[in-house]
Design a protein around this ligand. Sequence first.
Ligand code: PLP
Length: 352
Amino acid sequence: MVRIRSAISELTGYKPGRQPSGSGWIKLNTNEAFEASPAALQAVQSATANDIRLYPSPSSHELKNKLAKHYSMSPDQVVVGNGSDDILNLIVRTCCEMNDKLVTTNPAYSLYPILSSIQGINFEAIPCKDEFALDIDKIIGAHGQVTLITSPNNPAGTAYDPANIRLICESGNNLVVIDEAYAEFADQNALSLLGEFENLCVVRTFSKSYGLAGLRIGYLLGHEEFCAQIQKVKDSYNVNRLAQIAALAALSDQDWAQNMWSTVRKRRIWLTDQLNQIKGLSPYPSQANFVLVDCGEHKASHLYHSLENRQVLVRYLPHVRGAENALRITVGTQNELDTLIDYLKAIISDTM
Ligand SMILES: Cc1ncc(COP(=O)(O)O)c(C=O)c1O
């Protein structure tokens, strides 16, 4: 057997949500958008031979400039990655060495402990207070080399007040990262703090808000000196040409994007109402493109498997604090959600 670092051989790798093969599935388990940006699709379909023959721009030059303009920032304050997972990975590799600690909340995006283990660093997840609120004092007191906050929280859906993020940035802890994978569906975000704090960066993605999860494009907004260090660590050609072309087109079609985000918000309210009307189910308020629902007197595992038997996939998270008996449901198309609600009602009435 080849010798492997013990940090890796002892690690249980990240477990992504199921991507079923075959047709007929209703996929509400991985928070993909219910639609892809049509402008992006058209741009990819119009790609030429050179778009796959030639290497891409190493820095995603055009996309970086367009993102900078979009956010009224300098291009030097933007780094583009192969999905926001790539960006999160780059941050940990750039900032953390032995004996450093990554601090986050519990619950939070489940990739963070895996990134810490791979880097061989310490990891501390500060339990959220009731209703998934941040325990600011404990987060600050944990003194992370990197403090990572998912806002809106995944899987809870809670978006955090920038006033609280400010307190963490002011605390003198090293780097504060706000993972805003779902921010376009939320009422608040940390963008306005970027100009104030050199130790803050915001990570975003085209996966959810532009329907481009399959192409893998994420980005970081932060201080230029920090961005320059991150640039050194990334793969030379970390974002492929088709992804860059698609993201540029998607960003140009803000009408479609704004309309999609507003549909998600409306449908999220509808889904929350419908879930509330089913006896025993208690959905949490969400600011993301998914809703976490506590299954109360019903067993989440039973609901999950019964839905799966009907070819509906949602996310069952028995090991996540606060979500042990809950299901996380992506805001899909209206037809998908109608079917989900009909099935849930039928499954629950069969068991009562
Ligand atoms: C909070 C959070 N951050 C990052 C990601 C990764 O997104 P990407 O597709 O950009 O890698 C996800 C994916 O589900 C997520 O939930």
